[in-house]
Design a protein around this ligand. Structure first.
Ligand code: PEP
Length: 252
């Protein structure tokens, strides 16, 4: 049920400017020099305005750069302020986060996310699809049904599921310093893997990341859940030290 390569994916959210290159550069240096990093896939999903700049400045790239969202229409068109998957790809992004709860909160529906997935797949992006329940849903015992609906509502059976990584991010855990209980988290990850494999008739289990308040202190506990294929890291990815400490402690 586990996939060996571990993912450490940073989600910078609304953060960063030209000076933030030093954060990327230090993480890249770490990835280059440490054998643990070789067992890991390190990706930094940064604001669109920085993707091309970071890609150009990064020499001997040991990490990948990703985007955090894209517009649902493809190519170029009369959509003021919008950025399409093709534009992000041309800037050098290789990964893309879609369906983040902060975007869902602004009205992004499963139908819209499906269109974004299609356009990202057409550009051969590696997609990180975020799913997760709100606290109220958890209380009502709806975690599994919410996740199932989010996944099945935005992925079609004929999609190239090899390009889709799932990120389980309980909404109540994002930025709250709270993480799920180990047993509960393990059960959700197992549920996602089994249900996905069954529903999409895939040969292998999908990769499933955990995201929500991951830091250097709780990573050791999270590392005991072998079903987790990696982590989507928000706040702590905005500091090279905090991000690198998470990777270091994971392998300790
Ligand atoms: C996120 O927003 O994807 C996230 C995981 O945030 P944080 O790590 O800050 O909880």
């Amino acid at each position: 049920m586990t996939n060996k390569l571990k993912y450490f994916i940073g989600n910078w959210k609304m953060f960063g400017d030209f000076n933030s290159f030093k954060i990327i550069s230090k993480i890249n240096q770490y990835a280059k020099e440490h054998k643990n990093a070789k067992k890991s896939k390190i990706v930094l999903c940064v604001p669109n305005i920085l993707i091309g700049f970071f890609r150009k400045r990064l020499k001997r790239k040991s990490i990948s750069i990703g985007a955090q969202n894209c517009y649902h229409e493809e190519g170029y068109g009369p959509f003021t302020g919008a950025i399409s998957a093709v534009m992000l790809k041309k800037m050098g992004a290789e990964y893309i986060i879609l369906g983040h709860s902060e975007n869902r909160e602004e009205g992004e529906t499963a139908k819209l996310i499906k269109k974004k997935i299609v356009s990202a797949l057409n550009q051969k992006f590696n997609i990180i699809l975020c799913v997760g329940e709100k606290f109220i849903d958890k209380k009502k015992g709806k975690t599994f049904s919410i996740i199932k609906k989010q996944i099945n509502g935005s992925i079609e059976k004929n999609f190239n599921t090899n390009k889709i990584i799932l990120a389980y991010e309980p909404v109540w855990s994002i930025g709250s310093k709270k993480i799920p209980k180990t047993k509960e988290l393990m059960n959700v990850i197992r549920f996602i893997k089994n249900d996905f494999k069954k529903n999409f008739k895939t040969k292998n289990f999908p990769k499933v990341l955990y995201g929500g308040s991951v830091n250097k202190n709780n990573i050791k506990l999270l590392s005991t859940i072998s079903e987790i294929d990696g982590f989507l890291i928000g706040g702590a990815s905005q500091s090279s030290k905090k991000f690198i400490d998470i990777i270091k402690n994971y392998y300790k």
